[in-house]
Design a protein. Structure first.
Length: 89
């Protein structure tokens, strides 16, 4: 398995995780628990311990989504390399 294929597989698995977390966000009504991004309250990166479970659920959902964005950017970076190798060989 190539590096690009591993990265693509990791992206698919992470997207599935994001959808699962999204179901939890919807079921718990956590969508508005974290009013700001990045961070949750007053520019803090992590919600405080007193923020409650809903804030942590929403923060996790947003963080996983941001991580997926980085994975997609990495795939976009590797794709030209993969295509050029394929054309040479």
């Amino acid at each position: 398995m190539t590096r690009f294929q591993r990265l693509a597989a990791a992206t698919v698995v992470t997207v599935f995780l994001l959808v699962t977390i999204g179901v939890v966000v919807r079921a718990t009504g956590s969508g508005e628990a974290c009013p700001h991004w990045p961070g949750c309250f007053s520019g803090q990166f992590l919600p405080g311990l007193d923020a409650g479970a809903q804030a942590w659920i929403e923060w996790t959902h947003r963080t996983v989504a941001a991580f997926i964005g980085l994975l997609i950017l990495a795939m976009a970076r590797l794709l030209p390399l993969r295509l050029s190798r394929r054309q040479q060989g």
